[in-house]
Design a binder for this molecule. Structure first.
Ligand SMILES: [Zn+2]
Length: 121
């Protein structure tokens, strides 16, 4: 049987993001410019991502006795535009522009500076 990669993604959802969950990214614009963190979630159709420790906001939580939730404030990651993120190359220790290469049935992202693959293929 031929394995198909993401066939379920069709015309309606062809928006692609250059970052994925668990990637380490650098923030290149905005309040947290220069910081880096791990991608928690990507919403490609909205063009945003959530990155650990980036754009944190303080959210007020209402007490909810039903779930034993006490009220208070909680720090949460806010969304950040994908265009403000760049993949981080651990080899160069810099944010990197990437190119894509297909090796076998895997797509690799290659750092344009050092030529090393970035993240998990
Ligand atoms: Zn590199």
């Amino acid at each position: 049987m031929v394995k198909r990669l993401s066939q379920k993604r069709d015309a309606a959802a062809t928006v692609k993001a250059h970052v994925r969950r668990d990637d380490i990214v650098s923030v290149i614009a905005g309040r947290d410019k220069g910081k880096k963190g791990k991608v928690l979630r990507v919403l490609p159709d909205k063009g945003v991502a959530f990155v650990e420790g980036i754009n944190t906001l303080v959210k007020a939580i209402r007490p909810d006795p039903q779930v034993q939730q006490s009220g208070g404030f909680v720090r949460r990651e806010g969304s950040i535009a994908l265009s403000n993120l760049q993949l981080y190359c651990s080899n160069c220790e810099k944010p990197a522009r990437v190119s894509r290469r297909i090796s076998g049935d895997r797509k690799e992202r290659i750092c344009k500076k050092c030529g090393n693959p970035i993240g998990k293929a």
